[in-house]
Design a binder for this molecule. Structure first.
Ligand code: BTN
Length: 252
């Protein structure tokens, strides 16, 4: 394991782990890491996705988790995954504009509810937010992020792609730094001004906003027009004259 600082973030880089989210939790509980630590692994044996899915974790892609101590009652933790999503979206967008072999006009980099990043309708990145109570005043939030830099799985429910296929060449720690540059800004914005500015930025690039979507949630499918997300990050869908609110699910 190697450890390095980037700005105020301490990065712990492992060759192989079960899951960076699990490791972050273990290292926090044994006092090895503090607020603002980042755990990275080149490969994961038990990479986990949302809704109990696996996250295929082959070398070349980026797998990391941020451990953050959040004061209880000041923030709704689920908002944090939107902070991470807009940071990723912006980092990828910037990368496309500097690597001039890529025609940015032909690509659209979107936020898919709740926390995926899509390029041209295919998944490039996903976020798994987990949390646990530290004491009466605070919680540990673990924001786990997978970014497809060089490969993407084939047989998945929602089509995936990777940055290399768009002509982007970037080393994983270099990408992590680009993400942290953005995350630092938006995390501060969230601390200072709450969820409203985060939500607005997320909505500016929301996939399928204003369009008809199908959402699979609780083994049922709900269809309607994607209107908004609310102040807790729930999705609001309009169908047959009324608005339905969903807390989790898959949009298609
Ligand atoms: C999803 O889209 O379902 C979320 C995927 C999250 C994957 C990342 S990879 C790093 C971190 N460690 C894990 O085990 N999962 C997250």
């Amino acid at each position: 394991m190697k450890s390095d600082f980037y700005k105020n973030f301490q990065i712990f880089h492992f060759e192989n782990l079960d899951s960076t989210n699990l490791e972050a939790r273990k290292m926090w509980n044994s006092g090895q890491i503090k607020d603002g630590s980042i755990i990275v692994a080149d490969t994961q044996n038990k990479g986990r996705g949302r809704l109990n899915r696996d996250w295929i974790s082959q070398n070349g892609n980026l797998f990391f988790s941020c451990a953050l101590k959040i004061q209880k009652n000041t923030k709704n933790l689920s908002e944090l995954s939107f902070v991470a999503a807009i940071s990723l979206q912006k980092a990828i967008k910037n990368l496309f504009s500097v690597q001039n072999n890529v025609k940015i006009a032909e690509t659209s980099i979107k936020n898919k509810w709740p926390n995926d990043i899509l390029i041209n309708d295919k998944k490039i990145s996903g976020i798994l937010l987990e949390s646990e109570k530290i004491d009466n005043n605070s919680s540990l939030a673990i924001v786990g992020i997978g970014v497809n830099l060089t490969s993407s799985p084939e047989n998945v429910m929602f089509k995936a792609d990777n940055l290399q296929n768009f002509g982007i060449k970037i080393e994983k720690i270099e990408f992590l730094h680009l993400f942290l540059d953005q995350f630092e800004i938006f995390y501060q914005k969230w601390q200072d001004f709450g969820f409203a500015p985060i939500k607005n930025i997320w909505l500016e690039n929301a996939w399928k906003i204003g369009e008809k979507v199908d959402i699979g949630s609780h083994n049922q499918k709900i269809s309607g027009i994607f209107k908004e997300i609310d102040d807790l990050g729930n999705i609001l869908i309009e169908g047959s004259g009324n608005i339905k609110k969903l807390t989790f699910g898959d949009v298609s």
